[in-house]
Design a binder for this molecule. Structure first.
Ligand SMILES: NC(=O)c1ccc[n+]([C@@H]2O[C@H](COP(=O)([O-])OP(=O)(O)OC[C@H]3O[C@@H](n4cnc5c(N)ncnc54)[C@H](O)[C@@H]3O)[C@@H](O)[C@H]2O)c1
Length: 436
């Protein structure tokens, strides 16, 4: 049985909005606040910028039932549980910038009810809960408990993942506070892990490091498979058929992991370990392999096109992965920048990204391919797979295709005269098989 709480969500960006809507659907009385006034007004009007299936309808439903509201300012005292969902972006050395988090905690200290709980939903380095507790005590709030509840949802499937996550982790050093927060989510059909706070903090980083490791492992295996002439698709299907691995594993080639979580969280974990004198060799290798992906793709394209200066490149897929509009740390965007740096003109298409700075977006696949010297496929998405070699030949000027995720039928493209990145470049003179 859910005990209904009066909840405040501080920071209603991508994660905070899902948290606020989700808690309202779990029958809590929820108020969302954000320093971004435009965001507050949009959400209060039922508008959602991000592409998250199901979330807009759920937002509107909760607003209609008045179990949810977004406000520019809130008055102190009434909130039993305050969720901190602000960003923890990376600093250049990998260390997360926790300024938003501590500013939000200061606000929480002013508005959370007596004997309340402050829950961090943001991804935070191990030990942050202790520091937050110290900040709350320094603000005179000895009565507040700090609980960490990591968010594991996938962008593009945020609403589905809120309602049916793989697991719920509640990390608390104060058993009663942990119990109170766990009860708020008792209707969620998922295994619940009640841990101490630092274990919960580490669990999120470790989970993302594990996912990142599979991505880098897969990319190295794909490179080797291409050299050997092995069938990468079948190779990864064989690996995923192992029950100890699983069919949803991140095993497949690509431009590397991107987005707002894996790059920053792997860097933050490496930083957190290094500051304690612990070297994470495997994680370091995972990060290094990932950093090289974009440079390798650009180098292959430069060689295959006989030099990128003055070339036109069509890029299909701009967001950090298919099914989202999020461009943060997108490998496709990093490749676009690298190609531009090498003198190429890049045109891009992504059905969820209407436009983006630095890349011309003509709005259709056809217009993007028109006159291109090379095609880059960044996403393994249905719409990208619909591009046939016949269609591309009719539109493009050149015959080069870099299919990062192995989305296309390689044999059909080779048959049609294209040079693809599954073909070894050994023996191919710069410019061979490129122009017509
Ligand atoms: N995006 C994901 O898929 C994902 C998944 C799991 C965890 N996380 C973690 O969740 C956290 C938030 O990520 P996000 O993608 O939602 O970021 P975001 O930038 O979309 O949202 C953060 C929001 O906090 C607001 N904000 C900043 N300081 C504030 C303050 N003092 N008071 C009120 N509002 C404030 C910002 O205006 C913004 O709207 C990060 O720690 C991230 O690592 C993200």
């Amino acid at each position: 049985m859910v005990n209904s709480e009066r909840v405040l969500v501080i920071g209603v960006g991508r994660i905070g909005a899902v948290t606020a809507v989700g808690l309202a659907h779990l029958l809590h009385d929820v108020t969302g606040v954000d320093t971004n006034v435009q965001r507050v007004e949009e959400l209060q009007a039922g508008r959602l910028r991000e592409a998250e299936p199901g979330l807009r309808a759920a937002l509107k439903g909760a607003l209609r039932l008045r179990s949810l509201r977004f406000e520019r300012a809130v008055s102190p005292g009434g909130y039993g549980v305050t969720f901190l969902c602000v960003d923890t972006p990376p600093l250049p050395g990998g260390e997360p910038d926790l300024r938003q988090l501590f500013a939000a905690a200061e606000f929480a200290a002013r508005v959370t009810a007596r004997d309340g709980v402050v829950v961090t939903r943001s991804t935070v380095p191990p030990g942050t809960g202790d520091r937050l507790e110290g900040a709350l005590r320094a603000a005179g709030r000895h009565d507040l408990a700090v609980v960490h509840m990591p968010e594991f949802l996938r962008e593009g499937r945020a609403w589905e993942d809120f309602r049916e996550p793989d697991r719920v982790v509640v990390g608390a050093n104060d058993a009663a506070a942990g119990e109170r927060v766990a009860r708020m989510f008792s209707e969620i059909p998922a295994p619940v892990f009640r841990t101490d706070r630092v274990t919960a903090e580490l669990a999120k980083y470790a989970a993302n490091a594990l996912l990142a490791t599979t991505v880098s492992f897969a990319n190295e295996m794909a490179d080797l498979a291409n050299c050997l002439g092995a069938d990468t698709d079948t190779l990864f299907e064989v690996l995923k058929a192992d029950r100890r691995v699983g069919k949803e594993a991140y095993l497949g080639p690509g431009l590397g992991f991107g987005g707002h979580c894996l790059p920053k969280d792997t860097a933050a974990l490496e930083y957190a370990a290094a500051t304690r004198g612990v070297e994470l060799h495997q994680l370091r290798a995972t990060i290094r392999v990932n950093r090289e992906r974009v440079a390798r793709a650009a180098a292959w394209l430069a060689e295959a096109t006989g030099g990128l200066e003055g070339r036109e490149v069509a890029l299909l897929g701009l967001a950090f992965k298919p099914g989202t509009d999020d461009l943060r740390a997108s490998p496709a965007m990093a490749l676009a920048a690298e190609l531009a740096r090498r003198g190429a003109a890049v045109r891009g298409f992504d059905p969820l990204v209407p436009g983006v700075e630095g890349v011309v977006c003509p709005g259709t696949v056809e217009a993007t391919l028109e006159g291109a010297d090379a095609l880059v496929v960044a996403h393994r998405a249905e719409w990208a797979r619909e591009v046939t070699p016949e269609r591309a030949r009719g539109l493009m000027r050149g015959l080069v295709v870099y299919d990062a995720p192995g989305a296309l039928n390689h044999a059909a493209w080779v048959e049609a005269g294209f040079l693809t990145n599954r073909c070894p470049l050994v023996g191919v003179r710069a410019g061979d098989g490129v122009g017509r």
